[in-house]
Design a protein around this ligand. Structure first.
Ligand SMILES: N[C@@H](CCC(=O)N[C@@H](CS)C(=O)NCC(=O)O)C(=O)O
Length: 225
């Protein structure tokens, strides 16, 4: 087994640690979880992550789950990669945890309402007519806040890219990929374009594209809609 093995699925929040690992530049492998075949809930995968979720980073055979934990640990393990800005005291560190938790616990559930409304109501028509609009409304409030924050610099923390920018990149790509109207957010659109120029982001997206091809060849790819 490689030292770092990341369980992923295309278009999911596993994109965030994939980008982080590419930014670090450490060798790692990804293992595709076929969510359309419910592989995340298979006995084999549940042994690795009983929550049945990606991302799961297996480090020397031991799993670590949750984006907040994975990104925080990668930052501590590879400080030279500057995934998060250095902090000078416990309060500043807690502020960083607040930022990571904001994406994980506040933004992500709204992404799910926008991008995967069927998770909330089985009736397809109702899910797109009711859940998605409610998600979009909640997302507008979040995006207004982020748009204002990015006016001070291209990145979440101003001049320097951080793992939070990888998180926002995933959120924006995921929601605009299903038609979230993004025209009122020029700062966030610029942020997305700048991310796309980063070689690490390009490498992460190339890994994802390879996995999408695998899923297509197996008839297991569900394109966002
Ligand atoms: N709080 C977790 C959320 C993980 C999560 O919800 N992952 C989704 C993909 S974005 C997943 O694995 N979904 C599969 C399922 O729910 O069956 C984190 O931040 O890592």
């Amino acid at each position: 087994m490689p030292e770092f093995l990341l369980f992923v699925a295309p278009n999911t929040c596993a994109r965030v640690p994939t980008i982080a690992l590419e930014e670090i530049g450490v060798p790692f492998e990804t293992e595709l979880v076929r969510t359309a075949a419910n592989q995340q809930n298979s006995p084999e995968f549940l042994k690795i992550n009983p929550k049945g979720k990606v991302p799961t980073l297996v480090v020397d055979g031991v799993p670590l789950t949750e984006n907040v934990a994975i990104l925080s640990w990668l930052n501590a393990r590879f400080p030279e990669a500057n995934l998060l800005p250095e902090t000078s005291d416990a309060f500043e560190s807690a502020q960083q945890i607040a930022d990571l938790s904001f994406f994980s616990a506040t933004v992500h559930p709204i992404v799910t309402r926008v991008a995967m409304p069927l998770k909330f109501i089985e009736d397809k028509a109702l899910s797109f007519e009711i859940v998605r609009p409610v998600g979009i409304e909640a997302m507008n409030k979040i995006m207004n806040m982020i748009e204002a924050r990015l006016a001070d610099g291209p990145w979440w923390y101003g001049d320097t890219w951080s793992a939070l920018d990888g998180y926002l990149y995933w959120v924006w790509g995921r929601i605009t990929g299903v038609g979230y109207p993004g025209e009122n957010y020029p700062n966030i659109r610029r942020h997305f374009d700048l991310n796309n120029e980063r070689p690490a982001v390009q490498r992460a997206m190339a890994r994802e594209a390879t996995n999408i091809e695998v899923l297509k060849s197996e008839g297991l790819y569900r394109a966002p809609r």
